[in-house]
Design a protein around this ligand. Structure first.
Ligand code: UD1
Ligand code: CA
Length: 493
């Protein structure tokens, strides 16, 4: 195991102009986590004594994000002097003056960098290097700093694209902007860099040439996995790295025993937890702190956010937010669970059902076309098709309770607060305004009033009136036929 670094410094003060966005570049997300979040996680995985993040552009927003993700991180402010060298100086100023040992410097826009790559870099650095750089061979090195080596292959410095000679522009080994520096060498190097370059900025990369000139050992470790070193500069790169991250996450899940029928149409966030032998069908997105237990089947065409799915449960063509679907439960097709819905063991939420803040106990069912808000459905109860909770009076939300083994008939309207007792029934179309005791039947008694001939007199000349007239004529013909003795079959007795 490599040594833990004395500090990790994350540079995140740049604006990211090429993103053409009002959101600072490092706050754009892939895999459900900001670019900065990925870099912080990689940095923190090394167990540094200190972790500092340099901010400037949209300072409050980025600083708040850092505080939320990593409250122990030090937020260091960069002043108006531009450049990665200045940013690193500002970080050092916020760290203990007697800092010694390895210091890892990361750019906030390199999201696929992983712990293994960083550990490899630290191990290499421990051989006694002044600086160890993560480099890679880029098929198109345009825009990147180039690693310059002497005749013996020793690194002599880094030259930025805009400052490079024609010969240097031919170099394909690029600087990933991920480094390990010896703290003392970093401090003394930064004190001596200048702004004599095409951008008039203080370049961190100039410390490398300084260290070499001082007689220090400088190494560049070439990673063959170029994407771990790739930075995001625009939204096309954001999408490319997002897809690559997703491909890697799904690969790891499949190797751990998860069945994913079509990995090209499935998206998962970094925090998603999938048990072996769960099955993910095409067109599924799993976000946030979602977890799926073994034997559960998700999809096709389903989005789950911050949702826990128990063993053997099934969710088909549904949209679920912040909910729990217990073992053996079934949801969908076409269900919308908005938040805080608990579908108990073996319970069912069926087709075209919306639910919010609702709990179904063991084996309870809401099979079709219903809305349940702020409701509790007892074990084994059944809520008939088209039932609705009127849970909101415009000011307050009110609860609905359906007791265990109760049966709500089709189109029951629960005017909350209201309770249907254990084992109680409602007739179809009942509007429940008062509680129903256990074992009782509730029916709405308005009854049905029939006004004969209404369509003929009130809607004359309409297709409905024509249809009614035709039905009347057919009835009259039947009655006449029944009265004609010639057409009546003889009585067998
Ligand atoms: C930098 C490197 C280049 C390397 C490339 C890899 C320098 C001079 N160049 O160039 O060799 O190939 O990264 O992607 O270091 N930042 C600050 N403060 C600043 C400027 C930048 O904190 O004043 C931060 C940015 O937020 C970003 C990182 O430093 O996270 C890199 O900055 P960027 O402007 O993207 O540098 P590049 O031009 O890409
Ligand atoms: Ca960059």
């Amino acid at each position: 195991m490599s040594q833990s670094p004395a500090a990790v410094i994350v540079l995140a003060a740049g604006q990211g102009t090429r993103m053409r966005s009002s959101l600072p570049k490092v706050l754009h997300a892939i895999g459900g986590r900001s670019l900065l979040g990925h870099v912080l996680a990689a940095g923190r995985s090394l167990g540094p004594d200190h972790l500092a993040v340099v901010v400037r552009h949209d300072r409050e927003r980025v600083a708040a994000h850092v505080r939320e993700l990593d409250p122990a991180a030090i937020v260091a402010d960069q002043d108006e002097v531009p450049g990665t060298g200045r940013a690193t100086q500002c970080a050092l100023a916020a760290l203990p003056a007697d800092l010694s040992g390895p210091v890892v410097v990361l750019a906030g826009d390199v999201p696929l960098l992983d712990e293994a790559t960083l550990r490899g870099l630290l191990a290499e650095h421990a051989a006694g290097n002044a600086v160890t750089i993560l480099s890679t061979d880029a098929p198109d090195p345009t825009g990147y700093g180039r690693i310059v080596r002497d005749g013996d292959g020793q690194v002599t410095g880094i030259v930025e694209h805009r400052d490079a000679s024609a010969a240097q522009l031919e170099i394909t080994e690029i600087n990933s902007a991920v480094y390990v520096f010896d703290a003392a060498i970093l401090r003394s190097g930064l004190a001596r860099i200048g702004t004599d370059n095409a951008q008039g900025e203080l370049y961190l990369t100039d410390v490398i040439g300084q260290a070499r000139a001082d007689g220090g050992r400088v190494a560049a470790v070439r990673t063959l996995d170029a994407v771990v070193a790739e930075g995001v500069n625009d939204k096309a790169q954001l999408a490319t790295l997002g897809a690559e991250l997703n491909r890697r996450l799904l690969g790891a899940h499949m190797r751990a025993g998860v069945t994913i029928v079509d990995p090209t149409s499935v998206w998962v966030d970094v925090g998603v937890d999938l048990a072996p032998d769960c099955e993910i069908l095409p067109g599924v997105q799993l976000h946030g702190a979602t977890s799926v237990a073994t034997g559960a089947r998700i999809g096709p065409d389903t989005t789950l956010t911050d949702t826990r799915v128990g063993a053997g449960a099934e969710v088909v063509r549904s949209h679920v937010l912040d909910s729990r679907i217990e073992a053996g439960a079934r949801v969908g097709p076409y269900a919308y669970l908005r938040q805080r819905v608990v579908v108990g063991p073996g319970a069912k939420i069926g087709t075209f059902v919306e639910a919010k803040n609702t709990r179904l106990d063991d084996g309870a069912k809401i099979p079709h076309l219903s809305y349940m808000g702020d409701a509790t459905i007892g074990a084994g109860a059944n809520v008939g098709a088209g039932s609705i909770t009127a849970n909101y009076d415009g000011v307050h939300k009110h609860p609905t309770v359906v007791g265990p083994q109760a049966r709500a008939g089709s189109n029951t309207m629960f005017v909350a607060p209201v309770e249907l007792g254990a084992g109680a029934y409602t007739g179809a179309g009942t509007t429940l305004r008062e509680d129903v005791p256990a074992g009782a039947l509730a029916v709405s008694t308005a009854g049905e009033r029939i006004i004969e001939g209404w369509t003929r007199s009130r809607r004359p000349g309409t297709p409905s009136a024509d249809a009614a007239a035709a039905a009347d004529a057919a009835d009259a013909a039947d009655t006449a036929a029944a009265a004609d003795p010639a057409l009546t079959p003889p009585d067998p007795h």
